[in-house]
Write a protein that binds this ligand. Structure first.
Ligand SMILES: *Cc1c(COP(=O)(O)O)cnc(C)c1O
Length: 396
């Protein structure tokens, strides 16, 4: 692949030059006041990005997966009951992690391409009269299938059942790209990472704990040391870390959050929506289907595109990489070989997106797909051309 080309995997995402520079910094004494000048704005800005006034934000040297472990190990005890659904590879992996921690997970089966079945959650929660379920897991954006679920609906399921379980949300591939409202949706733990919407290299788990989640920490018996939020909280009180902090990445996160807030979160979301819609116009013009089964599920950060019967999606990804130096995402798990993914999140413009669409099109024509050269690109061009002066854009 060529590093001159934008990347179209759904994370890690393209890193803006200013963020690369912010991450690359000389060593500072992390016990000096200099470090607090990085940490304090990071914690404040992340709260704004999560749309929370009440949560405590913790940033660990890790990735999104480590963020899950932070969420689970700090709030639960072995044998605790957890409710989840499996509608893709990432929701599956979170469930798998819970089981490896000896948690008792009730999994509501769901087809890959569909969203979280909030109605079934409501039934199960209503039937749980003794409130044995301690946590409900929700993957906001299932990156494997390009499916966005309705977190407000999951909150309503808990409320309708008058159930006190905590709500944990994986926002790794939605936060900083798609609307997310931690307080309004009553989310107790939010998990994200540095390398998707935050446009940084991988290396940080970014988590938010509601006051209720923090209260659960005191009685949780799963073991944790490196990931103990109590040690982190105590260190933050003195603007420090319980161990050596990843200073460069935190400096990057300071600037990344400033950039997101300066662009304006609503403008960031409408930019992602517009870029995604152009990709979807192209998919329609190619005569192909998304993995996501209904428009309200369409993700604005990644599109998983079904290849026609008898064709291999893995060849699309390999050919794009080998021939044109462009990276797309492969299909994972159940949809391996059936879909390829175009990641369209983070630092991206419609002009960059057009290069990805045009490349995917060349690849499919090379491989003999029944796709007309130029068809998807023209559809996206037309959409971008006509929507470029949309009211949302002017407001930016
Ligand atoms: C990328 C991703 C993860 C995993 O994050 P890592 O940083 O690779 O550990 C988890 N959940 C979702 C939805 C993701 O997109």
């Amino acid at each position: 692949m060529s590093t001159q080309n934008p990347i179209f995997i759904p994370g890690p995402t393209n890193i803006p030059e200013v963020l690369r520079k912010a991450v690359d910094m000389p060593t500072i004494d992390h016990r000096s006041p200099l470090f607090g000048k990085i940490l304090r704005p990071v914690l404040e800005n992340v709260k704004k990005v999560l749309k929370t006034a009440h949560a405590h934000v913790f940033v660990f040297p890790s990735t999104g997966t480590g963020g899950w472990e932070v969420a689970i190990t700090n709030t639960l005890s072995p044998g605790d009951k957890v409710l989840a659904t499996c509608n893709g590879m990432f929701s599956y992996r979170w469930i798998d992690m819970c089981r490896r921690h000896q948690l008792d997970v009730t999994v509501v089966p769901q087809s890959w391409g569909d969203g979280i079945p909030a109605d079934q959650f409501a039934e199960i929660l209503t039937a749980d009269k003794e409130h044995q379920i301690k946590v409900v897991l929700a993957t906001h954006n299932e990156t494997a299938t390009g499916v966005k679920s309705d977190i407000a609906a999951v909150r309503r399921a808990l409320d309708v059942a008058k159930h006190p379980a905590l709500l944990f949300v994986d926002g790794v591939s939605s936060i900083g790209s798609m609307d997310f409202r931690m307080d309004e949706w009553g989310v107790d733990v939010t998990v994200c990472g540095s390398q998707k919407g935050f446009m940084l290299p991988p290396g940080l788990a970014i988590v938010g704990f509601s006051p209720r989640a923090l209260a659960a920490v005191e009685t949780a018996k799963l073991s944790r040391t490196f990931f103990d939020v109590r040690d982190m909280a105590k260190a933050y009180d003195n603007s420090g870390f319980p161990y050596t902090p990843p200073v460069g990445l935190l400096n990057g996160l300071k600037l990344a959050t400033e950039m997101l807030l300066e662009e304006g979160l609503e403008n960031v979301f409408s930019r992602h929506h517009r870029i995604a819609e152009g990709v979807r116009q192209a998919v329609g013009a190619w005569g192909l289907q998304l993995c996501a089964v209904r428009p309200e599920l369409y993700s604005d950060s990644v599109s998983a595109i079904r290849v026609p019967q008898g064709f291999d999606a893995n060849r699309v990804v390999a050919h794009a990489l080998n021939t044109y130096g462009v990276a797309f995402g492969t299909g994972l798990g159940e949809v391996a070989g059936k879909v390829f993914r175009i990641g369209h999140l983070g630092s991206l413009t419609d002009v960059m997106a057009l290069s990805g669409i045009a490349t995917a099109e060349m690849v499919m024509v090379d491989l003999g797909f029944p796709v007309k050269l130029g068809s998807g690109t023209a559809a996206a061009q037309e959409y971008y051309r006509l929507s470029v002066g949309s009211p949302q854009k002017k407001a930016a």
